[in-house]
Design a protein around this ligand. Structure first.
Ligand code: FAD
Ligand code: SF4
Length: 493
């Protein structure tokens, strides 16, 4: 055999650089489903099912093209061990793969594989390194502008379309009291024979893993992923911007696209999503808001991941050591916002960005949970979880554990933020305005405790000045009561 092309579970793009010069007469593909990839950290059942189903569909599509695929169905063990064994058997002249998206996997496979650039992304790791060179702190906004210019997205004669780069101020709407009326239901994808078989297998083999398989309806092929994108562009993009940060009880999808998992598995090319939004019949603020997430945030966090690993995962700038509350795995809590966000996470493997950042992430941040445990939770519970995107979002953006490398300040807020952006508080036994007493909102209590606890460190962050100023107005006795209640809450975790 000439070349053996290794395709990992999140590299399901036929236009990958690994297939350049592929010759079906001389070359073959190698793929493997191994238990280690679902167990090295705990993993949602729907996430495992999605990977396995998408991989099997990809395998079958390659075989239909006449390509030889050496495919190992679910086996106990690690990728590296199986690959080593198969290389010894098949004796290829070269073993080639696109760069893996996970430091651990790259490290374990590097001795056996020649890696080629992952062309799925719009910014290569070398280009990002160049962007970061000489900068003490990185900021997404500057990176995003570079990307807009380089790829000529929403540009007009060298200037941003509409005369500004950013429409964030138009994109922070909440629903009124009546809630989101006439929400367009997202397109669902019925399980075919392959997916049904995988769901049965995962249900049995990973019965103890978190999450449910009952509502599994994710796209598992490139065709379905494009349908999901088209459905979003036609029906939800126009209001995506306005309600991007809003939340509502029992409405997990709202105006979000649900394409992250398909994109992360490379079933969907981000260029297709960006171009579709650019030319869509939707307000500029919505189109720009959506494009910013993909061309900006998604590429930016990947750049940070490869720049800062492996030490990035060790970050704990705020010295947070509390354990992750048990209710993160059960959704059994009186806090309505966390019950909702975690409940839908366990049911669907999905929560939108603000639920992740400003509900589950916020609670963990202000309660002082160990960032490593928070990272392992996020990596476990979402269908779209892959480390290059999950880790910087958790360690950097959500937990400020990198000390401000990725974000300019911690995303810390009281329960009043959640009251403003959702209807959760209306159905909660706590009061977001209270920090002590029976009805005190635990997020509000933890928020003030967070400021008191970290005051010296937070004083060094210019953008925290306003928030810290409010601390001065709190009497010492009240501060003491807040600190005691916060500790009681932590002890009850
Ligand atoms: P939409 O809201 O419709 O956004 C469109 C697309 O933009 C998404 O599909 C996604 O590809 C991209 N995007 C949006 N925000 C981000 C972001 N902050 N970083 C990178 N890409 C972004 N996203 C993942 O894909 N995998 C993860 O494991 C993951 N973990 C996260 C952990 C935390 C703590 C936080 C705060 C965010 C995380 N995100 C992650 C980012 C974001 O929450 C999800 O991409 C988004 O919720 C997916 O839903 P959607 O496809 O409906 O997105
Ligand atoms: Fe969440 Fe506090 Fe509102 Fe309850 S009162 S839903 S705990 S923010």
């Amino acid at each position: 055999m000439r070349h053996l092309i290794v395709v990992l579970g999140d590299q399901l793009n036929r236009d990958s650089a690994a297939f350049d010069k592929f010759d079906p007469a001389k070359d073959a593909v190698w793929m493997a489903e191994v238990t280690e990839e679902s167990t090295h950290v705990w993993s949602h059942k729907a996430r495992i099912a999605l990977f396995l189903s998408a991989m099997r569909h990809f395998r079958d599509a390659l075989r239909e093209e006449g390509i030889r695929v050496h495919y190992r169905e679910l086996s106990e063990g690690s990728l590296a061990d199986f690959l080593k064994r198969d290389i010894a058997k098949l004796k290829p002249q070269r073993v080639i793969a696109a760069e893996p998206g996970d430091y651990r996997v790259r490290d374990s496979l590097a001795p056996m594989i020649e890696f080629v650039e992952d062309r799925h992304f719009l910014c290569s790791t070398a280009e990002f390194r160049e962007h970061a060179r000489g900068r003490k702190q990185l900021r997404m906004e500057f990176f995003y502008r570079e990307m807009r210019r380089r790829h000529e997205v929403l540009m007009d004669g060298g200037q941003p379309v509409g005369g500004q780069w950013n429409f964030d101020h138009e994109n922070r709407g909440a629903f009124g009291k009546a809630g989101p009326l006439g929400l367009p239901a997202p397109r669902r994808f019925q399980a075919d024979a392959i997916t049904k078989k995988v769901i049965g297998l995962v249900g049995k083999k990973f019965a103890k893993h978190p999450g449910s398989l009952e509502d599994f309806d994710w796209p598992v092929t490139p065709g379905e992923a494009l349908d999901a994108l088209d459905d979003f562009i036609a029906h939800r993009l126009p209001l995506f911007g306005q309600y991007q940060d809003a939340m509502w009880t029992a409405e997990p999808w709202l105006y979000h696209s649900r394409i992250s998992a398909a994109m992360n598995l490379k079933l969907l090319n981000p260029r297709d999503a960006i171009r579709a939004a650019e030319k869509a019949d939707a307000p500029l603020a919505a189109r720009e808001g959506f494009i910013r997430q993909i061309l900006g945030w998604r590429e930016y966090v990947r750049g940070v991941y490869w720049l800062r690993m492996p030490e990035y995962v060790e970050g704990n700038a705020l010295d947070a050591h509390a354990r992750l509350p048990k209710f993160y795995w059960t959704a059994e809590t009186d806090m309505a916002c966390l019950r909702e966000a975690i409940g839908q996470t366990l049911r669907y493997g999905y929560a939108h960005h603000i639920q992740r950042l400003m509900v589950t992430g916020l609670y963990a941040l202000v309660a002082g949970v160990d960032p490593r445990q928070v990272h392992e939770w996020y990596l476990a519970v979402y269908v779209d979880a892959v480390e290059w995107v999950e880790l910087p979002n958790t360690i950097g953006m959500s937990q400020f554990a990198d000390g401000g490398y990725l974000a300019s300040k911690p995303y810390a807020a009281t329960g009043k933020y959640i009251a403003r952006m959702s209807n959760y508080c209306a159905g909660c036994r706590y009061d977001p305005a209270e920090s002590t007493g029976e009805r005190a909102c635990p997020i509000t209590t933890h928020y003030w405790d967070f400021l008191i606890r970290n005051e010296a460190k937070l004083k060094k962050i210019p953008r925290m000045e306003m928030q810290l100023r409010n601390l001065v107005r709190i009497a010492p006795a009240k501060k003491k009561a807040i600190r005691e209640r916060a500790q009681e809450l932590r002890d009850a975790h």
